[in-house]
Design a protein around this ligand. Structure first.
Ligand code: HEC
Length: 201
């Protein structure tokens, strides 16, 4: 190894600062982190809008007033389904409209002790002559069994049984599940006489 050997020379020189290119994988990795960070904020930061928590200051305060009781949760779910779907015909006040749908307020169908008939109505629909509060209707309601899950149907029925002064027992998702299973072969809307053969007490 002579002093003139290029390797020896290199070892002896002072270290100097220089530039070397950043590896591509690092740039890609940082890009991915940045993207992930943005998505995280997008999902969790409430759009940076202070009103998301208002009038509360933090999550604990919001959590403290959130409904925990399962009946309350079912009613909220039910109201959502009612407002977005059923209210179109039965009206937001539940009083119905002679050309669209019968009333739900004070309806003997809605207030029956057992919800076995109205669960069927929402699952497969109802058509033909029907009497509600001594008024005659002869219209048709569509089937909702593919639109709503058991808990949503239980929720909306609990909602119409507990709103506008109506007061009848809550409907449980298990009750909807059982009747869905029992009537799963059905492809047509129910008629009032068919439903009257189903016990409601
Ligand atoms: C497109 C209009 C329409 C929509 C939407 C609708 N219904 Fe009906 N509903 C009717 C009609 C019409 C009847 C009566 C059918 C007949 O004349 O045979 C009826 C009947 C009923 C009845 C039995 C009679 C009564 O008034 O008590 C119940 C209960 C009921 N609907 C609940 C619901 C629920 C819950 C929803 C939402 C999931 C809903 N309906 C959505 C039109 C509708």
């Amino acid at each position: 190894m002579s002093p003139n050997d290029p390797q020896t020379q290199r070892r002896d020189t002072e270290p100097t600062a220089g530039y070397s290119s950043v590896p591509m994988w690092l740039i890609v990795l940082l890009g991915l982190f940045f993207y992930w960070g943005l998505m995280y904020l997008n999902d969790n930061a409430g759009g940076f809008n202070a009103l998301v928590y208002a009038p509360f200051q933090n999550f604990e305060q919001v959590d403290a007033v959130q409904p925990k009781d399962e009946n309350q949760i079912a009613m909220l779910k039910g109201k959502r389904v009612f407002d977005s779907t059923c209210a179109l015909c039965h009206q937001p006040n539940g009083l119905g409209d002679p050309s669209k749908a019968p009333p739900l307020v004070g309806s003997e169908w809605v207030l029956a002790p057992k919800p076995d008939r109205i669960i069927r109505v929402v699952l497969d629909g109802l058509q033909g002559p029907v009497s509600v509060k001594n008024q005659q209707f002869n219209l048709a309601m569509a089937s909702w069994k593919t639109s709503f899950k058991d808990d949503e149907i239980a929720g909306v029925l609990s909602y119409i049984r507990h709103t506008w002064g109506n007061n009848a027992p809550m409907v449980k998702p298990e009750q909807v599940k059982e009747i869905r299973e029992k009537t799963k072969a059905r492809t047509q809307a129910w008629t009032a006489p068919e439903l009257q053969a189903v016990a409601d007490k």
